[in-house]
Design a protein around this ligand. Structure first.
Ligand SMILES: [Fe+2]
Length: 172
């Protein structure tokens, strides 16, 4: 697509919303791929739930854009795509099930941090621009990302302990 000139704060806001919108789509895909890679039922279920939430989050962004008389630009969130591809690389490196599960959790944690950074920034921006409704919708998304991050951290701690126990057993 020929790039449009971006000259105003609103142009940048729309660009950033479009980038997050693309990121949600890529993360929906990544979460789908990740579910096929893991066995842990708690993790699988968490990924599936957040996949559904992410679809709704993309719609919330579309609604924010609509309220501004805009629609999402067809750009690619390179950061999200990079995380997706990094996980694919591990998946294609003949990983053990434990390593693969650890990589899925780490990739998901990174994607949450990416989204939390994006939404935190845009909630502040919407508030500063006096766009209360937009700020509320973006805040909903932010809250879901924070909840998901917490769940993932809990699972990650469990996996790390298991890995440490395995490493200890093989060392002795
Ligand atoms: Fe998301």
């Amino acid at each position: 697509m020929p790039s449009m000139p971006m000259t105003t704060p609103q142009d940048l806001f729309v660009h950033e919303l479009s980038d997050l919108h693309s990121g949600e789509g890529i993360i929906v895909q990544m979460l789908g791929e990740a579910q096929a890679l893991v066995q842990n039922p708690q993790l699988k279920q968490g990924l599936a739930k957040h996949q559904q939430e992410s679809e709704q989050q993309a719609k919330n962004i579309e609604q924010v854009l609509q309220m501004m008389g805009q629609q999402a630009h067809p750009i690619t969130c390179h950061a999200a795509e990079g995380l997706r591809q990094s996980l694919q690389e591990v998946a294609q490196s003949q990983p053990s099930p434990e390593v693969l599960e650890g990589a899925v959790v780490a990739g998901a944690i990174k994607s949450e941090h990416l989204e939390i950074a994006g939404y935190t920034h845009l909630v502040k921006k919407a508030q500063a621009m006096g766009q209360t409704e937009a700020a509320q919708l973006l805040q909903q998304n932010l809250q879901q990302e924070q909840d998901m991050l917490q769940q993932l951290e809990t699972i990650s701690d469990q996996l790390t302990q298991q890995m440490a126990a395995m490493a200890g057993a093989s060392a002795s």
